[in-house]
Write a protein that binds this ligand. Structure first.
Ligand code: ATP
Ligand code: MG
Length: 381
């Protein structure tokens, strides 16, 4: 039976003050996720062993790998005894690995392996096989206590969420924007969400999808905020514009003017989205320029250059995919012009907005009176 979980993190990329901030944020995030305080040793953390803790560590960014371990006094007799005790009774072949982190220990790694291996060979019928082993036992020698383990799980890597500030993320019920949010979290960004809905064109199902997606993503960062704006009046208003091919473009410009106001009020350092270059008419270089000009904040687009297959793989892994592909009414299907402009110009978009003299007024009203706010907690069961 294991005593602890040993948590390893990306040491290589960290230097100086960054490292300290990294360790502190990671520690806080682990506390939030498992409800226990890990012990921090220079380049490791240790947590009490439980199946539940093991599972929860799969939701914490910044961990490179983790192993359930047996803790033993750093004493060669004790180490021999524990390794023998912990062997898998069903294995026929084994391999030992030793890492001597505490260089003052009286034996070096090779000697430790020889001593422990002879003990196993003497007391069991198992054989050494360095390549086709049934079981690999790792011994990590540290001052005072050493650690013995036979399993390692890959962590999420990246940086602990919160270390890089926060973004306001435009979320839809589609496949891309949830994956983009996940990618931002991976770089240590805390993500809050903004979603535009247009009932009755979008049904309750759309809202429910967004809620379920935000809930899933919240499990990776201890909670999120979701701002939801009823955009129906604005959408209808934009529908009056003289050049119908610009409708989607104008709507997206309006999204970013609204996002800009909310983000600045909430001290967000960026707006982000799931845009992917060239995917649809609204994501050509021209469209991205004309739309993105409506905020002075940087816009983060983690999926800009992704291939769809790679996005789908991530969506499947984080289980947002199955929600995203559920059928729901999307406003764009009704609102979208037959031939949306593919290469919009800035000047023409502005000219059309002059026809819509009340648009900014309506946008402010939408923020004041048509916005709902909800908080999502980590509810990992
Ligand atoms: P997604 O799968 O994320 O919907 P998509 O490939 O379908 O992306 P679009 O629908 O053109 O592309 O949207 C591009 C981006 O604009 C989305 O990734 C999302 O960030 C944002 N977006 C689109 N619709 C909405 C909406 N109703 N509310 C908030 N953001 C939206
Ligand atoms: Mg979409």
């Amino acid at each position: 039976m294991y005593d602890l979980i040993l948590i390893r993190y990306g040491e290589l990329v960290l230097k100086g003050g960054n490292r300290k901030q990294f360790t502190n944020t990671l520690k806080q995030n682990i506390i939030k996720q498992v409800g226990e305080v890990p012990i921090v040793a220079f380049d490791r953390m240790y947590l009490n062993y439980s199946e539940d803790n093991l599972r929860r560590l799969n939701y914490v960014f910044g961990i490179s790998s983790f192993s359930p371990v047996k803790k033993v006094e750093t004493n060669i007799e004790k180490i021999k005894e524990i390794v023998l005790q912990e062997l898998d009774p069903n294995s026929k072949t084994f391999r030992l690995n030793c890492h001597r982190n505490w260089k003052k220990f009286e034996y070096n790694s090779e000697q430790i392996i020889n001593i422990v291996a002879s003990q196993i060979l003497k007391n069991t019928n198992k054989k050494v096989d360095l390549f086709n082993y049934d079981e690999k036992i790792n011994i990590e020698i540290r001052e005072n206590y050493s650690y013995i383990f036979n399993k390692s799980y890959k962590g999420l890597d990246g940086l602990p969420v919160g270390i890089s500030g926060k973004t306001l993320h435009l979320i839809s019920g589609g496949i891309d924007s949830p994956v983009a949010a996940y990618e931002l979290m991976k770089r240590g960004v805390h993500v809050d969400f903004l979603s535009f809905i247009t009932p009755p064109h979008t049904d309750d199902k759309t809202i429910e999808k967004v809620n379920r997606i935000v809930q899933l993503l919240s499990n990776y960062q201890g909670g999120s905020k979701l701002f939801q704006i009823n955009y129906t009046d604005l959408m209808n208003y934009i529908g009056f514009v003289s050049d119908q091919s610009y409708k989607i473009n104008l709507m997206r410009r309006s999204f970013y003017r609204i996002a800009d106001i909310i983000a600045k009020k909430g001290n967000y350092l960026a707006i982000s989205n799931g845009e992917n270059l060239g995917q649809v008419a609204s994501q050509t270089m021209e469209s991205i320029y004309v739309i993105g000009s409506q905020t002075s904040l940087p816009i983060y687009r983690p999926l800009l250059t992704f291939n769809k297959n790679d996005t789908i793989k991530i969506a499947q892994k984080i289980k947002t995919y199955e929600i995203s592909i559920e059928k729901a009414n999307e406003a764009c299907e009704i609102f979208a012009p037959k031939r949306p402009v593919i290469k919009p110009t800035f000047i023409h978009a502005e000219k059309l907005e002059n026809e819509l003299s009340e648009i900014k007024e309506l946008e402010n009203q939408a923020i004041e009176t048509k916005m709902t706010f909800s908080r999502f907690k980590n509810i990992l069961q």
